[in-house]
Design a binder for this molecule. Structure first.
Ligand SMILES: [Zn+2]
Length: 218
């Protein structure tokens, strides 16, 4: 049996507060997403010797795992905290103690548990929190992927890896996502993400040319 098609695990498509439908992820999928995650972290300025804090839910392991691997490959260290109010103290403590270069995945629940918002690091925020964090950029779960902002700032939107995903909008302006490669363990064909956004193509100020989701309503 080919090792590239072996099951890595079962993820959850983004949506419904982490309870989206399950999907199969192969080891090869993770390796491909890992390469894209390296580009995403680099576009946020993360490099060797930096620290990255991921704020996520257990159900997001398939989406966040490749970013953790990517941080390690870049020579950065990483920590994790739950994207829930009861764990906000962990986010606050880690921000104070390890001075992360980037804090990714902050949501409204975590903000509700924080006394103050540290804005020194690059913050990747979810749609329910981005308006409340000055200078934050996007951490936008999109089905099986994450659209990640960059040094070009919030207005530039969040990049989606064009090597793995094809994004388009439907008549209602909803973002739909499909596999760019047929080899992925789960075939997704225009899966409705529930996100209203426009798609920006062409080069970005950060240097990446992967398309960007620019959210029109949050
Ligand atoms: Zn960019």
């Amino acid at each position: 049996m080919s090792t590239t098609r072996q099951l890595w695990g079962i993820g959850r498509l983004a949506g419904d507060a982490g309870n989206g439908p399950p999907y199969r992820v192969s080891g090869d999928d993770v390796r491909k997403d890992f390469k894209a995650a390296i580009a995403a972290l680099q576009s946020l300025g993360v490099g060797a010797g930096d620290h990255v804090l991921f704020v996520s839910m257990l159900s997001e392991a398939a989406q966040v795992g490749p970013f953790e691997l990517a941080a390690s490959r870049l020579g950065a260290r990483y920590s994790s905290a739950d994207a829930q109010q009861f764990d906000a103290h962990r986010t606050a403590t880690l921000v104070r103690r390890v001075r992360p270069k980037a804090v990714l995945g902050v949501n409204a629940a975590v903000l509700a548990g924080l006394d103050e918002i540290e804005v020194d690091p690059a913050v990747g925020a979810r749609p329910d929190a981005i308006d409340r964090i000055p200078g934050a950029t996007w951490w936008l779960p999109v089905g099986p992927a994450v659209a990640v902002g960059c040094t070009a700032g919030r207005a530039a939107g969040g990049h989606v890896d064009a090597g793995e995903w094809r994004i388009e909008t439907d008549r209602e302006g909803q973002v739909r996502i499909s596999n760019a490669r047929p080899e992925r363990a789960t075939a997704l064909d225009r899966w409705p993400t529930g996100i209203l956004a426009s798609i920006a193509a062409g080069p970005c100020g950060c240097g990446r040319d992967d398309p960007r989701l620019v959210v029109t309503t949050t």
